[in-house]
Structures are given as C-alpha cells and as structure tokens.
Design a protein around this ligand. Structure first.
Ligand SMILES: O=C(O)CCC(=O)C(=O)O
Ligand SMILES: [Fe+2]
Length: 351
C-alpha cells in the first residue's frame, strides 16, 4: 500500500504545519462546510492506495487529531470494519496478555476466570493506563498454551467485529465522536467482500444485496482530518458543490456517529488510475504512485509523503500509522501487525 500524508508532519511536539496542495485543500474546505469539524478546517490529508488484497489492521487514529475523520473513497468500494476496543469488556484481558509478554516475566500469564481475583494479584499486573478487571486471575489448571489460545479467541478481532460500512467509490464517510474515539476500525486484506448482515448501510446502496460478492479494485481514499495542535483559519469558503444529501446514521451503536454521503454527492472521482479533481480537469494525475512526476504535487510528495513499501507493509505500516496517528515512536513495535498495533496502544501511547 502506498500512503501520502499531507498538511502536516507528525512530530514529537505535534504537527508541523505545511500548506496543502490547492486541489486537495478545496475538498477540505468543502468538507468543513458540513460543520463536522466544528469550525475547524481539515488541515491534514492522508492519501492511501490499496491494491486488491490489501487492507489495514484494526487501529484507532489517536488523539493527535480532532475526533473526526472524513474519507472520500476513490476507485473502488471497500468495507470499513469496526471493532470493540480492547478496553471494551474483555479488553484488559488481551492487554494483560500482551503486556505479559512485553514487560512481565515470561512464566506469568494472566487469564480470564469465572471466579474472582484478589486485589493484590490485580495490582501486581498493571495494564498501563487501564485497570485490569477483577475477572482476571491466574488459572493453574490450564497449560500456558491453552490459556493463550483461550485469550486469543476471546479477544480476537473476529469476535470484536460488530459493524461494517460499505464505502462506495466517490462516497464520503464521516466517522466521529464515540465511533472515532471508542472503537477500532480497519479493512480486511481481501480481494473481494461478501455482503453480510454486518453491513449497516446496505439500505443506502440499492444496487447491492445481502449475499453479494464485490470484487475490489485499486482504491485511493482521501482522508481529511484536523490536527489537534495546528489551527487553520484560512477557509475561503467560495466553493460549494457537495453535499446535496446528508444521511445521518448511527448504525445501532449508542452515541456513535457515522455519516455517509452517497456516491453521487461527491464530485470527485478516479479516472483510470488517477485522481481527477473536479475543480480542474487539467490536473488529472496519472497515478498516485507516480505523484512525484506531477509538478503541482512535488511539495506533497517531497515534504510529507510516507511511502509504504509493497510487501513490507505489515511492519512498516504499523510504525507509520502509529507515527501518523499518535505521534508515538514505534521503536518498540514488533511482531505481527495486529499484535504490534495493539501492544503499542496498550503500552500507553494512546491511553
Ligand atoms: O482506507 C480507509 O478508508 C481507512 C484508512 C485508515 O483507517 C487510516 O488511514 O487511518
Ligand atoms: Fe484509521
């Protein structure tokens, strides 16, 4: 996957401001007119490129940003999946497991149990930044392997997945508030998606039905965010072409907030392998991967591009994503992508 981050470089003390390219800024200005950033103008854009089969492991975007992200999907549909966070119900269990291998002696395993646990044993196993629940206890009747298997099952992403959104090409999705702050989101590594009852916005997509299989193509999302540290008051507010329709949707998650604009509402689309900004057809880009060949995007690429190597994306993407999302250094991240991500967050980058 290829990713470009524009509008600010995450640094140790927050974002370092830089200008957005004009064509990209115009979308941010229009998005801010939705009022979703409460008067802020999005000043950070992440441009990803997903080939079929590529995805992004469940994660949260972190506190470096105002808790709203709006994403224009170009090129292909995808399913954006949402998961309960590890600190939701059994969350601390996995946190305990991961911390266990990271910072506690290797022969001490924390497992969930039906019975209680003494306060003493809880306090001996701190899960940085989160309280270990009273349901955790050492269970000497199971082998270490069995306990690990039990924990991994109970805390697997599969079991924590509660919702998917079908994002069509040219659609805009807005994820904010609790949906942003209290849940993980990700995209499965798959070449096609089967539409199940988990897809909460199916009623908005008449051409797709339950049980359909949708083949993925190259997808390039433009993700707009407002960084928490950098203020931008430069909205000129002179371009308005969407949205025409606003579909609020809570997807059955209390206090969660997701808004999807249907495909026809976003006047921006992918032509062949490039992005055609609706405001200037002369700026058609040949391909996101060859942005450096396009003069007006040199700044974007040279100053603020994070290139994720194909094939090396598991490790490097985890690191980059942590840098982008939390400002945390990912030096301690290791292991597989999912574990790394969870552990890094669990270790206190983010909570
Ligand atoms: O591709 C998307 O729409 C979501 C990607 C994402 O979650 C991220 O870049 O943080
Ligand atoms: Fe994200």
């Amino acid at each position: 996957m290829f990713a470009c981050s524009s509008g600010g470089l995450p640094g140790p003390k927050g974002m370092v401001a830089e200008d957005l390219p004009v064509w990209l800024k115009s979308y941010g200005d229009q998005i801010s007119e939705l009022g979703i950033f409460e008067g802020k103008v999005p000043n950070h854009v992440l441009v990803n490129e997903y080939e079929p089969g590529q995805g992004i492991m469940p994660h949260e975007d972190g506190p470096a940003f105002y808790p709203t992200v709006s994403t224009i999907s170009l090129g292909s549909h995808t399913l954006l999946d949402f998961y309960y966070h590890l600190n939701h119900s059994e969350a601390e269990i996995a946190c305990g497991l991961q911390l266990n291998s990271a910072i506690t002696p290797a022969d001490t395993i924390i497992v969930p149990a039906k019975g209680g646990v003494s306060e003493e044993s809880v306090s001996q196993q701190p899960c940085l930044g989160t309280d270990v629940p009273a349901s955790l206890v050492e269970n000497s009747s199971h082998s270490e392997k069995e306990r690990e298997t039990q924990l991994l099952t109970e805390t697997s992403f599969e079991n924590r997945h509660f919702l998917s959104l079908l994002l069509q090409p040219r659609s805009l999705v807005v994820v904010q508030d609790d949906m942003y702050k209290s849940h993980l989101h990700g995209i499965r590594e798959a070449r096609e998606d089967v539409i199940t009852e988990h897809v909460a916005n199916l009623h908005m997509v008449p051409e797709v039905s339950l049980g359909d299989t949708l083949r993925r193509h190259t997808r390039i999302p433009l993700e707009h965010r407002a960084s928490a540290e950098v203020e931008d008051n430069s909205a000129d507010g002179d371009t308005v072409f969407y949205p025409k329709i606003h579909h609020p949707q809570t997807c059955g998650v209390p206090a969660a907030s997701v808004t999807i604009l249907s495909a026809m509402d976003c006047d921006v689309h992918l032509v062949g392998h490039g992005i055609e900004p609706a405001t200037d057809v002369n700026q058609t880009l040949p391909s996101v991967s060859s942005m450096k060949e396009v003069n007006n995007l040199e700044t974007l690429l040279v100053d603020s591009c994070i290139l994720l190597q194909q094939g090396a994306k598991h490790a490097s993407h985890a690191e980059n994503l942590l840098d982008i999302s939390t400002g945390c250094h990912a030096a301690s991240v290791s292991g597989s992508y999912g574990e790394a991500m969870e552990r890094a967050f669990c270790l206190g980058c983010n909570r």
